[in-house]
Design a binder for this molecule. Structure first.
Ligand SMILES: [Zn+2]
Ligand SMILES: [Zn+2]
Length: 235
């Protein structure tokens, strides 16, 4: 009986010691969310204030921790700071150099926030459009076709050649040149005339390409995306 009492006393003591440690949890400002330590089930952590252990920057998240009196630590990330945006101005292209679109980067970490895309150099020659004027219907030998080439050039035009192909016999080609006189004022639209000849295969004809060269030998080709029939020659 005495032994049992002694055992009970020892157990009580252990309980008191354990509950002594546990007593911290009774304080009303316990901020712990009740996560119990799986080892000492009775203990509920009571953490102090968060304190920063690593400052956040715009490129790296910071960290903070809080500590329980038992030594347990809890850490969490702190949101990274906003980037400091700087505008990278657009650069207009020139005939000699590429341009750039407007961009943005962070002046602190240098991260590119909006990429600058390159803009191609200005073209010395831009062929905008090629149009055909002719009589309606099927053309006969001797009929003429007026070909208008809408072109923007930096310098004076030197050569404009228009090449046409037979749809039925592609090796059969016909050419027309714009007659350019030296001293002509620069134009927006240059005109050539093609006369249907007996050497042209009967059937459909399409525009193959247009070549434009300026006085400084810069040149440009215009090739239609599709072989669209522009006129038909009679049998
Ligand atoms: Zn604790
Ligand atoms: Zn940054």
């Amino acid at each position: 009986m005495k032994k049992t009492l002694a055992l009970a006393l020892i157990l009580m003591c252990v309980f008191v010691i354990a509950s002594c440690d546990n007593s911290q949890n009774d304080t009303p400002n316990g901020s712990s969310s009740g996560d119990t330590n799986p080892v000492t089930d009775a203990h509920v952590h009571e953490y102090g204030e968060w304190s920063i252990i690593k400052n956040s920057t715009c490129s790296v998240k910071g960290e903070e921790e809080r500590i329980c009196s038992c030594g347990a630590k809890e850490t969490q990330y702190i949101d990274s700071l906003a980037h400091t945006e700087v505008i990278d101005s657009a650069v207009m292209p020139t005939y000699a150099s590429e341009g750039k679109t407007e961009g943005k980067h962070c002046s602190v970490c240098n991260e590119v926030l909006v990429r600058q895309d390159s803009i191609p150099k200005l073209k010395e020659i831009v062929i905008n459009d090629v149009t055909f004027e002719k009589k309606d219907g099927v053309l006969s030998i001797g009929d003429t076709i007026t070909i208008n080439v809408d072109v923007d050039t930096r310098y004076d035009v030197f050569i404009i050649k228009i090449q046409l192909k037979s749809a039925q016999k592609p090796e059969n080609e016909a050419s027309a040149w714009v007659n350019i006189e030296k001293g002509d004022p620069k134009k927006d639209i240059y005109t050539a005339t093609l006369t249907v000849s007996e050497r042209m295969f009967p059937g459909d004809w399409y525009l193959s390409w247009v070549y434009v060269e300026d006085q400084y030998s810069a040149f440009e080709y215009y090739r239609p995306e599709q072989n669209t029939v522009v006129f038909t020659v009679s049998e």
